[in-house]
Design a protein around this ligand. Structure first.
Ligand code: ADP
Length: 406
């Protein structure tokens, strides 16, 4: 296993900047997901680590070695891709051992490695099957075994589950987590699926338009997104956003006001602020009694109900304006729409006038112009970045103090 570092990596293709000044530090044995929308530069970042493409600027280190100019085969990495690409005329054993045979490993060593790898990915008893006799999931396991036998320092996986059906994908996620525990190897995994990233990784690197937005454990990205992009990308269904303006007393929107102490914010009354709230943090007033701190009631009309079994998604229109008069695109981006998630046994009907409240501890505020987060929770207004910086200083001070005691 090895640490991977990208220092100021930029990759340009003529007039396209696919990756822009990317700095990443991936720890030994960490499972990290690079996640972001299609075309944001995830694969290009991965390819610069693999050595399949050279950065226009910047360096890549694996362990203590600067590998920026090394070919892929000398980097100690193994890759698994979306397109499984097994040799159709070779059985499973030959597919898994292909790279080892090419490198002229002796037969005993090859047998031992294939046995161990096929055991890990649960392909025992299938070594003499041909690829067309395997299911999609089994084929992907052959590809993973082929990567394992090379005993790499770092696994690079680019959307390896994208071609599998939904059920198998969920199953393979668990298998990959088990594999990671068993091999204790650094895994860098590319996906556009935020749910995949949330469930598998130690940390998520959220990328947009070639730039790293946030790199943090999944729940930190979920609870403390650094900007509007991360807030909207992580979590399904997405966070609701309502545009408004900061006042002396809090936030004023076209549909409701939220009162809170604005003194701690680095914004002035009159500044444009976007409020964010996740569907599960909105409650019908009847169900809000357990909330330690809720907002004042907000009047809304229920438009559409989507029963999911374990919860119901309720689409709300604020101020009684009806979504029926809008196109679906207008409705999904409109600031007068909120999506709420409620218990499946909630007695709510379509077209009902209801009052909802927001869990104040889960209200996020963003500066509309920059998109940067300015507060997570409006009970005690805190500055997210300043808080984190001061927590880091405290941690470092503690570590220093510990060091001196030794
Ligand atoms: P992702 O993996 O997030 O979908 P990519 O890293 O594949 O994104 O691509 C990032 C951007 O770089 C896209 O705009 C893509 O069109 C562009 N790009 C990627 N590879 C090449 C290439 N070989 N030549 C020109 N443009 C490329």
């Amino acid at each position: 296993m090895a640490r991977v570092r990208l220092n100021d990596v930029t990759k340009r293709y003529e007039d396209i900047t696919a990756v822009n000044e990317m700095n990443l530090e991936i720890e030994d044995g960490e499972f990290i997901c690079l996640v972001g929308p299609s075309g944001c530069g995830k694969s290009t970042t991965m390819e610069t680590i693999a050595g399949l493409t050279k950065p226009s600027e910047g360096t890549v280190h694996i362990g203590d070695t600067d590998v920026t100019k090394l070919p892929p085969k000398d980097r100690g990495v193994s890759m698994v891709f979306q397109n499984i690409a097994l040799f159709p005329h070779m059985d499973v054993y030959d597919n898994i051992s292909f790279g080892l045979r090419l490198r002229k490993y002796d037969t005993e060593e090859i047998d031992a490695r294939v046995d161990q790898a096929s055991d890990i990915v649960q392909l025992e008893g299938m070594l003499d099957r041909m690829p067309d006799e395997l299911s999609g999931g089994q084929q992907q396991r052959v590809a993973i075994a082929r990567a394992i036998v090379r005993d790499p320092d770092v696994f690079l996986m680019d959307e390896p589950l994208a071609n599998l059906d939904a059920k198998l994908r969920v199953h393979m996620r668990t298998e990959l987590q088990r594999l990671h525990k068993q091999l204790d190897t650094t895994i860098i995994y590319v996906t556009h699926d935020q749910a995949e990233a949330m469930t598998m990784s130690d940390r998520i690197a959220v990328i947009n338009a070639g730039e790293l937005q946030q790199i943090d454990p999944p729940l930190v990205c979920y609870n403390e997104p650094v900007n509007l992009f991360v807030a909207g990308f992580i979590g399904s269904p997405s966070m609701n956003f309502v545009d408004g303006e900061l006042t002396e007393k809090g936030l004023a929107t076209d549909h409701f006001d939220l009162e809170f102490d604005v003194d701690g914010l680095e914004l002035a009354p009159g500044d444009a602020v976007t409020m964010g709230i996740r569907p599960e943090d909105i409650y019908p007033t009847a169900q809000s009694t357990t909330l330690p701190s809720s907002s004042a009631g907000i009047d809304a009309t229920t438009d559409v109900l989507e029963p999911m079994g374990d919860e119901i998604f309720v689409y709300l229109t604020l101020d009684g304006s009806s979504a029926e008069t809008m196109t679906s695109t207008e409705a999904s981006t409109a600031s007068n729409q909120l999506q709420m998630s409620v218990d499946p046994d909630s007695a709510i009907d379509e077209g009902e006038n209801i009052t909802v409240v927001l869990d104040r501890s889960k209200v996020h505020l963003f500066e509309t112009a920059s998109g940067d987060a300015v507060a997570h929770g409006i009970e005690t207004v805190s500055k997210p970045n300043a808080d984190r910086a001061s927590a880091k200083v405290e941690a470092e001070a503690e570590a220093d103090a510990g060091g001196r005691h030794e």
